[in-house]
Design a protein around this ligand. Structure first.
Ligand SMILES: *Cc1c(COP(=O)(O)O)cnc(C)c1O
Length: 220
């Protein structure tokens, strides 16, 4: 199995407006380097400790995405270099990201994570909670975060129609938020959905960002 070949094959399946985030969690930096050698520059991790250990020893032009559940006390360690935080699911977290980003004069791109799956285990907001964040007194003052769109994880199931339904729901949620809250904000444009088992469906349903791990790097 070749990482380079996997990447090249997957890229051929992806329209040019869709960004591929290579999820390198649990994989050593040598493996990241292999992908880097075929021009992969966007990588994602889901644990802060692993990411903050890898980042300093990887090429400096890598665009790092954080895709995991983020605890507030870990925000400070990511803010100096992270490009996009995919899974923001509370106002408190957003406030913390803003606070740490302001200290070092950065603006951090964030996606609102929505709960779209049937499973009980996944994190994320519903529409009401997202509206409450956007309409909160604090939100307009958060000048060091940029809401760049939405993110979601579909149910882990073989049922393609179920997955499609969940992705469609996320796309509709994005469209609603865009229309009502971010109509003139060009930065609000991303729909992060699609992983190894469902990325073809995600592309059909309007994904702009795929988070793919095992199809590139092998099983974990
Ligand atoms: C691990 C992970 C992925 C990638 O999963 P694969 O099935 O290996 O493609 C995508 N998104 C998140 C949030 C993850 O934790």
């Amino acid at each position: 199995m070749s990482i380079k070949k996997n990447l090249i094959r997957i890229r051929e399946e992806i329209p040019s407006h869709v960004k591929l985030v290579a999820i390198s969690k649990t994989k050593p930096v040598e493996i990241i380097q292999e992908a880097y050698e075929v021009e992969q520059r966007v990588f994602g991790e889901n644990r802060t400790q692993e990411l903050t250990e890898k980042q300093p020893i990887c090429p400096k032009d890598i665009e790092w995405h954080f895709v995991g559940h983020l605890q507030r006390n870990k925000v400070k360690s990511l803010v100096p270099f992270v490009h996009l935080i995919h899974a923001v699911d509370s106002l408190r977290l957003l406030v913390e990201i803003d606070k740490e980003a302001r200290k070092i004069n950065r603006t951090i791109n964030c996606l609102l994570q929505f709960y779209i799956a049937e499973e009980e285990t996944k994190f994320g907001l519903d529409l009401e909670e997202a509206k409450n964040i956007i309409n909160s007194d604090e939100f307009p003052g958060l000048n060091n975060i940029q809401i760049a769109g939405v993110m979601g994880m579909a149910s882990f199931t073989e049922d393609e129609e179920q997955i499609r339904k969940e992705f469609r729901f996320l796309k509709n949620t994005f469209d609603f938020l865009k229309r009502n809250y971010f109509p003139d904000n060009d930065a609000f444009k991303e729909i992060s959905m699609g992983m190894t088992n469902d990325y073809h469906i995600a592309i059909e349903e309007g994904s702009t960002m795929l988070r793919i791990g095992s199809a590139i790097f092998g099983t974990r």
